[in-house]
Design a protein around this ligand. Structure first.
Ligand code: PA5
Length: 488
């Protein structure tokens, strides 16, 4: 299979126990804490078997009781959406996403995205990684016709929501001007999530106050994204929002696997991202997963190595060490993916996102010398989008930086990564690198699909169903019960 230049790779060679290493205290520790190549070799047939199992599962028409829930629809969805769009154009799901997003962009300068968990973390990761960190601070004319984006409904923080309303009421006073219009997309697969529902109710009140009680904007500037049934769909229908203004979430795609459904695609398109490139990247990763041999298959490599680090090398803490500040929300998205998918039946690795070099000054000490319970996956972006900012020469050299005058920030970042990896290697702290050529829609599509597929493979290796989140129901039940009692 021909790989495009911008393909993501997983380099785990430096966490394998080195062969024939001369004895030193460090070498002895590496024998204890690194992964023996034989263990990985022994596991490979099982990993390939799991791949076949996952490939078969996604084609099941009837899901037997003991396999439920089985939300494997995300695996083929990117290619399906692209194919359907080619055949059906504007009538396809992707066509509808693009049209509604275009309409929203034309009509509003601020978009509030309501949703929690899988219904918002993917969109946030795309926003932070692919838009300017200062997107919302730029004047409208410098945002190429895309609205400011605000994420809400992912908490029940009174003051935070208040601040959003305050900001909207200060900046938007003339509802006839696009620059002072705002809209909302409300995202909930079940339609019954209290955090999102409460925020939606409050925001509808604000909209009615701003646009008028019966203003058309109350219907036109609201895009609900939800499952086939549920209270959000019923509510929106009752409010008179037309079916064509609502977007679907396929039944066979679970919340944290839904970034390539309208859940992530509509906000992404509204932000002005190239959603086709996202889907192409994701589809390419699915193909690699299904077709490539282990040696060239980052999904299988990542799943196998990390599974073994957890189960055979006593490394239950999985650190995603991110070497680009813009990917922090991607790390948090992965935290949720891993924690909710595999944290079951008393098992599952504990995810932790760190951002470098920032957290070398906070968590670095512990990762270098603390408990030996961690495997570190560096997420490394090989090329910056923008030209390097150089250190340069200065008349005052008290900071002693003139010696690096021909170096830029990317060189300092590279040195920090190499220096950290070397220090961790010497101290027998296992690290591997996910290598991302650059942060683009295509690579983000690849990366997110890779991590979702790897989570499913790892779940199957562990004998744990990676879909569903039965443990989350406990708090929801109690919260509702307590609220009901308090309301009596
Ligand atoms: O992964 C999941 O399924 C969850 O994190 C959900 O996305 C989250 O609980 C929100 O659910 P809903 O979209 O039904 O509001």
């Amino acid at each position: 299979m021909q790989l495009p230049d911008e393909a993501i790779a997983y380099n785990y060679q430096h966490l394998l126990t080195p062969m024939l290493e001369e004895w030193t205290p460090g070498a002895e520790l590496r024998q204890q804490h690194f992964l023996a190549p034989a263990k990985l070799r022994d596991l490979t047939p099982r990993v390939l078997q799991v791949r076949s199992q996952v490939a078969t599962e996604r084609e099941l028409k009837q899901v037997p009781q003991e396999m439920q829930p089985l939300d494997a629809g995300f695996i083929d969805l990117p290619q399906k959406l692209l194919d359907q769009h080619k055949k059906q154009g504007d009538a396809s799901t992707l066509g509808r996403v693009l049209k509604l997003a275009e309409r929203m962009r034309e009509r509003v300068d601020r978009l509030v995205v309501l949703g929690i968990g899988g219904s918002y973390m993917g969109a946030r990761a795309l926003f932070e990684s692919l838009k300017s960190s200062y997107h919302n601070d730029l004047p409208a004319k410098d945002r190429s016709g895309t609205p400011c984006i605000y994420f809400e409904g992912n908490n029940v923080d009174n003051d935070a929501l208040h601040e959003l309303f305050e900001m909207l009421s200060i900046t938007c006073v003339e509802p006839d001007r696009r620059e002072e219009c705002w809209g909302v997309t409300v995202i909930s697969k079940s339609g019954g999530t209290l955090e999102t529902a409460a925020a939606f109710r409050a925001i509808r009140r604000e909209m009615a106050e701003y646009y008028g009680l019966h203003a058309p904007q109350l219907k036109d500037l609201v895009v609900p994204i939800t499952g086939d049934a549920g209270s959000l769909r019923s509510l929106c229908k009752a409010e008179g929002i037309a079916d064509e203004n609502m977007l679907p979430i396929p039944d066979d795609v679970g919340g944290r696997y839904s970034v390539f459904t309208p859940v992530g695609l509509f906000p992404a398109a509204a932000m002005g991202l190239d959603v086709r490139a996202l889907l192409l990247g994701a589809a390419a990763m699915t193909r690699r997963f299904l077709e490539e041999r282990f040696e060239n298959n980052p999904v299988l490599q990542y799943a196998a190595v990390n599974y073994l680090m957890n189960t055979q090398c006593q490394k239950p803490i999985r650190v995603m060490s991110i070497w680009s500040r813009k990917l922090e929300a991607l790390g948090l998205w992965y935290d949720q993916l891993l924690a909710e998918s595999l944290g079951k039946q008393g098992h599952g690795p504990t995810p932790m996102t760190t951002v470098q070099t920032r957290d070398l000054h906070s968590r670095g000490q512990q990762h270098q010398e603390g408990m030996r319970d961690k495997v570190i996956n560096n997420l490394v972006v090989k090329a910056c989008v923008n030209p390097p900012i150089m250190v340069g020469m200065a008349d005052r050299n008290e900071d002693e930086l003139n010696q690096y005058n021909r170096k830029g920030l990317p060189d300092i970042m590279d040195a920090a990564l190499a220096g950290t990896n070397r220090a961790y290697y010497d101290a027998a702290r296992p690290t591997a690198d996910i290598l991302m050529p650059a942060v683009t829609e295509h690579t983000m599509g690849q990366l997110m699909q890779m991590l979702m597929l790897a989570t499913v493979v790892e779940g199957r290796l562990m004998g744990i169903n990676p879909y569903g989140q039965p443990g989350v129901e406990g708090y929801k039940r109690n919260m509702k019960e307590i609220l009901k009692k308090a309301a009596q």
